[in-house]
Design a protein around this ligand. Structure first.
Ligand code: NAD
Length: 280
């Protein structure tokens, strides 16, 4: 048996095509502002990709790049200015920030209505309480992948390796809302394999290359690899894809899996903000 490869590039192209058509009909061009502090090479490449994708569908993309060492107040003031700019629909702070910055304070300065990463305390609280909110893009991207492939979530044993605010936690909430039985593992989990072997759907978001080997996966499981690691100048995920693919029913590759879906969901979140503003 060999797993069906979930092609995130193809699925995201479909989402982006729909977005492009919708944007063509917009009276004003939807826009996003990205705040970057410092010059982290991985962040530079993620931002360049977001800019490429947003521009390709017609979203006006603006980057506000601050040198590491810029006073926090200057960045806060820029976010407040963007909050008040009626032509800016979405705002995001590229993470990680250099260590001396107060991430929570910066994120919570973003207007809840423009928080396209879904990371303000208010949006997270609304989401967990089942109220309308903006939701982190990677978690949305994983759910969309499963839906597009027709993979049922309800009643399934879902194991998520990782519990970050960006991926593991919001994904657990989305899965619970869809009636899955959810386990979140993390770096202090006693016996990781004991959990992963039970999973009907295994989502791995740890940032550890080759963390998941074939012996840790149930035959026929769906395996979604969120990890992005650079090993010997090549990108890889957290899963030993070649071996696990022999056992799984579906598997998402890295690159070309969750990554493109994440950016596609960012585009959708910008449109959600735009539509919420323009339907008032
Ligand atoms: P994070 O560092 O905030 O969280 C990692 C999580 O994995 C933590 O909960 C930690 O406890 C857990 N973990 C680490 N080592 C573990 C181990 N040995 N066993 C079990 N659990 C372990 O990272 P994050 O922001 O959630 O990102 C996770 C990975 O996903 C990274 O590789 C990141 O680059 C990638 N990522 C990809 C996308 C995408 O679009 N594809 C988006 C966001 C993050």
């Amino acid at each position: 048996m060999s797993a069906t490869i979930i092609d995130g590039k193809e699925l995201s192209a479909k989402v982006l095509d729909e977005a492009k058509t919708e944007i063509k009909g917009c009276m004003i061009r939807p826009s996003i502002a990205v705040i970057q502090v410092g010059d982290n090479p991985a962040s530079n490449s993620y931002i360049a990709n977001k800019e490429k994708v947003c521009s390709s569908v017609g979203i006006y993309f603006r980057l506000f790049k601050f040198e590491d060492g810029t006073p926090e107040l200057s960045i806060i003031n820029k976010i407040k200015e963007l909050n008040n700019d009626e032509y800016v629909n979405g705002i995001m702070v590229q993470l990680p920030l250099p260590v001396q910055y107060n991430e929570k304070r910066l994120l919570n300065t973003i207007s809840n209505a423009k928080d396209v990463d879904g990371l303000t305390d208010i949006n997270v609280g609304r989401f967990v309480n089942g109220k309308k909110s903006l939701i982190p893009c990677t978690a949305l991207g994983v759910m969309r992948m499963l839906d597009e492939e027709g993979i049922e979530v309800s009643g399934k044993d879902v194991v998520i390796v990782g519990r970050s605010k960006l991926v593991g936690r919001p994904l657990a909430t989305l899965m619970l809302n869809r009636d899955a039985t959810v386990t979140n593992c993390h770096h202090l989990t006693k016996d990781l394999a004991e959990h992963t072997k039970r999973a009907d759907i295994l989502v791995v978001a740890a940032g550890v290359p080759n963390l998941i080997t074939a012996d840790m996966v149930k035959k026929g499981a769906v395996v979604i690899d969120v990890g992005i690691n650079r090993v010997n100048d090549a990108l890889c995920g957290d899963v030993d894809t070649a071996e696990v693919a022999k056992k799984a029913s579906y598997i998402s590759p890295v690159p070309g899996g969750v990554g493109p879906m994440t950016v596609a969901m960012l585009v959708e979140n910008v449109l959600t903000c735009y539509n919420a503003k323009n339907s008032k």
